[in-house]
Design a protein around this ligand. Structure first.
Ligand code: NAD
Length: 339
């Protein structure tokens, strides 16, 4: 049997990085190609434990660079593509939307063209629940796969645009695609601009933790390894053209998440500093994962166990996030929060 070649874009980032590790270890019979531009959000130190394995390969490239991507696909003839690469931070999309269109929209279209050219067996596009817009605080309402796309931020608008292109390549050209739309992830190697690692790193350094507005915005949290298992299932079992929402019914206000971290670390809530709200801040996200559960997925982590393990991971891996929060990141942080 010939070995399957799997292209994972954005495999030096948070979720893609966890997915690359998961695939390299779970499928020694697959060759996993991690393609990443290594922007501020990507780093390869997270792959020190797998970089010497025969089935791990790294390619530094920009997904929006049509010539490079096309010739790579022509050379390697990938069987599967799992597409994570993106500009992923809402706050950055508010201050500089242009790069979100280039990477998330144009980059996805370049990949779709290359996938169509060589005839891949599956293209999984990793998207987000943020494409659905926001829910109000009624706890009985959820995003389903039928919810209309009503993105509110430049980030979610660029992701929704890429979702529509993926759908169109299936409808028009018959490209075998799936789209997954996941809620907020947490876990190891999360870049410290995002709420959970930001809070852990600030608390550990006895620094103020900025919380937007009144902290009552609700997010639905899922452990990154549960997300990886969902994508693995969709890649292998998802009927072509189907969309799957991914979420574990772990709704928490931002303030609850911050307070959980502070109390787990045994520190004072005086560290919390409420700051001016994010522009267009979505009130609530909550996922109905029934369709994915019917395909055979069930999350393994409760939020309580997952968050405790994640906090411990940040305690054990200080050198990883400390090198990130020095230098450029510090400048970004001060401009963003004014604290
Ligand atoms: P991340 O920002 O941690 O990682 C993104 C990776 O993409 C980085 O390694 C970066 O170097 C790479 N990249 C950026 N531009 C590139 C380009 N032009 N060419 C090649 N590589 C490029 O993001 P993440 O949080 O791991 O999210 C991964 C994907 O999952 C994104 O598509 C995001 O929309 C989606 N998603 C994220 C969440 C979440 O909670 N973080 C939830 C649902 C969906």
């Amino acid at each position: 049997m010939t070995r399957k070649k799997v292209l994972v874009t954005g495999g030096a980032g948070f979720i893609g990085g966890n997915f690359v590790k998961y695939m390299v270890n779970k499928y020694p019979e697959y060759d996993i190609y991690n393609l990443d531009l290594l922007t501020y959000a990507g780093d390869l130190t997270k792959h020190q434990d797998i970089e010497d394995k025969d089935n791990y390969h790294f390619v530094k490239a920009d997904i929006a660079d049509r010539e490079t991507i096309t010739s790579l696909f022509e050379k390697e003839k990938f069987d599967y593509v799992v597409h994570f690469a993106a500009e992923s931070h809402v706050d950055r999309s508010i201050s500089d939307p242009g790069i979100f269109v280039v990477t998330n929209v144009l980059g996805t279209q370049v990949l779709l063209d290359a996938a169509k050219l060589v005839g891949v067996s599956k293209f999984v596009h990793v998207s987000t629940d943020e494409v659905y817009g926001e829910l109000d605080f009624d706890p009985t309402t959820f995003f389903t796969e039928e919810t209309p796309l009503q993105p509110n931020s430049p980030y979610s608008a660029s992701k929704a645009s890429s979702d529509l292109l993926v759908r169109a390549y299936h409808e028009t050209y018959g490209l075998p695609v799936n789209i997954t739309r996941c809620s907020n992830n947490y876990g190891p190697y999360h870049f410290p601009e995002k709420l959970i690692p930001l809070t852990v790193s600030r608390v550990l350094n006895a620094q103020k933790v900025p919380v937007y507005g009144d902290g009552k915005n609700i997010r639905d949290w899922l452990h990154v390894l549960d997300h990886c298992a969902a994508i693995d299932l969709v890649l292998h079992e998802g009927p072509n053209g189907e969309v799957y929402n991914v979420g574990g019914h772990n709704e928490r206000t931002n303030l609850e998440v911050v307070k959980t971290i502070i109390s787990t670390l045994g520190k004072s809530e005086d560290l919390i500093e409420f700051v001016k709200d994010r522009l267009g801040h979505d009130k609530r996200y909550a996922i109905d994962p029934t369709k994915l559960e019917q395909l055979g997925w069930k999350p393994a982590y409760s939020f309580e166990t997952g968050i405790a393990q994640t906090i411990q991971w940040y305690l054990d891996n200080k050198e990883w996030w400390e090198q990130i929060i020095s230098g450029e990141y510090q400048k970004y942080f001060e401009e963003q929060y004014n604290v």
